[in-house]
Design a protein around this ligand. Sequence first.
Ligand code: IVH
Length: 714
Amino acid sequence: MVYKVTREELLRMDEASLRKRYEELKREVHYHNYRYYVLNDPVISDYEYDLLMQELRLIEELHPEWITPDSPTQRVGAPPAEGFRKVRHPAPVLSLANAFSEEDLRAWHQRLVRLDPRVAQADFVVEPKFDGLSVVLHYRNGVFELGATRGDGEVGEDVTANLRTVKQVPLRIPTDPNGPPPPPYLVVRGEVYITKDDFRRLNEELAARGERTYLNPRNTAAGSLRQLDPRITAQRPLRLVTYQILTGEGDLPSTEWETLQYLKALGFPVADADLCPDLEAVREAYQRWLERREALPYEMDGVVVKINDLNLQRALGVVGKDPRGMIAYKFPAREVTTKLLDIRVNVGRTGRITPYAVLEPVEVGGVIVRKATLHNFDYIREKDIRVGDRVYLKRAGDVIPYIIGPVVSARTGEERPYEPPTHCPACGEPLYHDPQEVDWYCVNAACPAQLVRRIAYFASRTAMDIPGLGEKIAQQLVEAGLVGDVADLYYLKKADLLQLEGFAEKKAENLLQGIAVSKQRPLRRLITGLGIKGVGPTIAALLEEHYSDLDALSRATLEELEALEGIGPVIARSIVDWFRRERHRRILAKLKQAGVWPIARRETPQTQPLAGLTFVITGALKTMTREEAKAFIEAHGGRVASSVSRKTDYLVVGENPGSKLQKAQQLGVPTIDEVTLYRMAGETPPPELASGGTVPKTPPARDQAPQPTLPLDG
Ligand code: IVH
């Protein structure tokens, strides 16, 4: 039961009762922390929790001498530590040998069986291998008294004050009053980590404050825990998972599996693990984790396979710093480091200049990577990426490999800061930069690099689909001076092609054949192939609906284009600008001359009475349902939209119209009734609509819309 206690009430209590209340509160808050942070299953509201904390603080203000390090209030705001004290670990904090493949795993198992035949019968525990920072937590009589980093395995750093701020670190065990009694001494090993989401959020916050961002979740966990000021650590969303009892006194578990159950019962967070009867089950568990990897909220870099029986583990001993009885079975790495040999730039089809990294080849995620994207010049500057740097390279899932940042500590002084080019590397013309945008452009229409890209795009499957004409051949054609724009493709002669390297009769004929066939491609594909900025296959298809050929499209005005549903002012401007250019007009003339001049095939020819008109319907119609009305309009060449906009030509109003009517009135969209709809479509209204028929009050907004001829008999 929780209520708001005042200082006065507390002052009225005698000291013994107050002390009792204090101990009770500490236990309660510990318990609720555990419910909240470990079980994710709070039993009180945040508000109630705050009240408990407040009461606890009030008592501590009255009796500061009562405060012990395990008080929940000590998690935050502890005084800054002066560097970190060194602590000698009570037992070696070992690391793990790695297996990178199934063969490695089997070899490990076979070695152990040879060493100790009992291993053949042994079962295993498979746990996720968290990618965080290893920590060692000391509890005396259930109270957290010391926390250290791994350090060199013998001596670590005392980060107790910081660990106290990590909500999942139990300050007193068991956290649940019904849990097992605390052992007199217990040293637990675990991992401090941060989830992928928290990592992203934290980096965004740091970036917004102009502070240095972290490279990856692991690095963030380490950096956050090793802050000299615990108040900073307290603000970091660190989490804990535990997996081992390093040493202790009392009756302790004798298997890995029991250890996990025991730690959990004491209130430590532990991960899901699998108990595997044999190596085949281990392999399956590994596969399951690998499949879940992407979806998990935290980074894991593999699984840890442990012989379940701790006595057997001990008997197997240690090689160097690695216990023989367990092994890290790693996932294929997705993040590696390699040397950045050079930064070069690509000139895209639109003239956009994008930098990319040339790398010392390295395997990541199962493939050899030689190049990686660097996004843009701002990115290189912000991350301070220098040529010659050792860099972190990431390739996750399906994304293009990219450089995360430099390994600053690996710098030798030989690295060169990168100067972005001021001129196009392909044509030498000065580059253009709009201060509103990140990207730089080569605006030279004759730039050969852009030309190669434009030709390859023109020939790609999205556009004119000319088989075999990729970037390589486009490059050859441009370099040989055979092609200066896409239209030149249609003037190529066999003799031209035969002079190119790698071209024999057959290849030349095939290419010419492919080019000839492409003349039959529909208009929308030709429009796509022109490479007008902002005009992809979807917009091209829309344009085809409204313009019968490139001549018609080249006459389109800005207003007209903007009036089309799906085209905004930026694209409209881009289209108009494209057709206005002299250079482009010449291309069009050459295409026409060569017979590359598709005429839009119309399923809804312009001759249909409602062609080019967009209708919206509101209210109930008498002779048709909504669906039927839509089919009726479409059958007569019109379109039906679901909401009223400036692009609506008519609002068809039935009985009990909705808010669309108001909207139409506001926008000046003409309204018509059902009878008029029939008449506009050239049909005789059914007898039940005998009366009625209105003339639209305002003419359609668009000048290119055909004026309907209204058969106003009656
Ligand atoms: S057991 C004797 N279990 O991985 C070694 N380690 O690469 C005890 N790690 O230093 C380690 N998850 O920091 C173990 N479930 C897990 C782990 C785990 C992450 C870390 C640990 C260790 C490193 C070795």
